[in-house]
Design a protein around this ligand. Structure first.
Ligand code: FEO
Length: 171
């Protein structure tokens, strides 16, 4: 059975994952309408992953005798200056998510809830990968700068990064 404090912390994390999914969905839709199709595919897939992160929390809360709460979400940003702003936003958001996950882990230790602590380790590991991926992408963007042909190649290559990511998820 979850303590009220853990239930509250997990529900907050559930909301953050739902917000992440909406945030990346808005980015994906913008990229698609601007002709960045590879970037859009990457972000649609990333948005789906965040929904999966949310569902995993929802099912865990309910399975452990708590009640998952589905809340309203703020409207995410609708338009962006360009690809760089999108991926800067993504990296900063993932850093924020990592901090929030660390807070949940620390509450688990305070409450001596080792089952939830164990459950949260999946998220800890996932954040290492997500932050690393976002940093790799930002490095590429910084190398390209404002060059149009570079951006074209970036958009083509990021679609294959999505394919690699999906292959890793299946393994
Ligand atoms: Fe679910 Fe990207 O953190």
């Amino acid at each position: 059975m979850l303590s009220k404090k853990i239930e509250k912390a997990l529900n907050l994390q559930l909301k953050i994952e739902a917000e992440s999914s909406q945030f990346y969905l808005a980015m994906a839709s913008w990229a698609e309408t601007e002709g960045f199709n590879g970037t859009a595919e990457f972000l649609y897939s990333h948005s789906d992953e965040e929904r999966m992160h949310m569902m995993k929390l929802l099912r865990y809360i309910n399975e452990r005798g708590g009640k998952a709460v589905i809340t309203a979400l703020p409207q995410p940003q609708k338009s962006f200056k360009g690809i760089k702003e999108i991926f800067e936003g993504l990296l900063n958001h993932e850093i924020f998510v990592t901090n929030e996950i660390n807070k949940v882990v620390s509450i688990c230790l305070e409450e001596k809830d080792f089952t939830t602590h164990n459950f949260m380790q999946w998220y800890v590991a996932e954040q290492i990968e997500e932050e690393a991926l976002a940093r790799t992408i930002m490095d590429k963007i910084n190398l390209i700068g404002n060059e149009k042909s570079g951006m074209y190649m970036f958009d083509r290559d990021i679609a294959s990064m999505k394919a690699i990511q999906t292959a890793n998820d299946i393994q």
